[in-house]
Design a protein around this ligand. Sequence first.
Ligand code: ADP
Ligand code: ADP
Ligand code: ZN
Length: 213
Amino acid sequence: MNLMVFGAPGAGKGTQAKFLIEKYGIPQISTGDILRAAIADKTAMGMEAKKFMDEGKLVPDSTIIGIIKDRLAQDDCKNGFILDGFPRTLPQAEALRDLMNDMNISLDKVISLNVPDSLIVGRITGRRVCPDCGASFHVEFNPSKVEDICDYCGGKLMVRKDDNAETVKSRLGAYHEQTAPLIAFYKDMGVMVELDGTKDVGEVTKDMFKAIG
Ligand code: ADP
Ligand code: ADP
Ligand code: ZN
């Protein structure tokens, strides 16, 4: 099963991807998590990407496409994968299409989580993430069982550097300008499923599983 979760920053992609991992036993490929790991390791790629991320801008396509090529070639992707936060531009979507064609595989479903901008700021400023496994929680809407501790791995939750009201504006701008046009791209491919991402986490999960079938 080759899946993609799609939507604005803070729409709930990472949260729902965790439930897909549990159900299908396939890995989540989050370009944001991969970039943050590169920053933590202080690699040259990470240091370059950090400048864009701190400003809420998209990292250049060539960097991102390189990351995905390497990642999809790894063994654990053989039975499928969940793309989260990739692609975010038309050139990225075209590169993915070509890469998957070369691999003789295709996308089964693109799950779009639709959430209006007015709800995004509150989601992002209340987000707490696990630096160890990438899980995300919300202080009010989706709290961890123990305060500041990850439910999945026991890691200590933190606030992401780019999760502030200032950066959210440019990230939403980038989403509408560069990423939202992909909705039409995937509708044309016949794989797009649009869900109401404003419902509770559990309701969205139910709708998602129903849509995947
Ligand atoms: P994305 O991966 O799309 O950026 P996340 O999955 O990290 O988004 O979710 C953003 C924030 O919103 C997190 O704090 C998360 O706990 C919270 N959240 C996710 N889904 C919902 C939902 N359906 N309702 C309310 N809050 C949600
Ligand atoms: P969110 O879902 O909250 O936007 P992500 O973790 O997916 O968070 O992304 C964080 C940042 O990493 C983005 O603002 C962007 O700078 C960079 N990034 C992640 N994925 C991509 C991508 N596919 N293309 C370009 N930049 C990306
Ligand atoms: Zn964790």
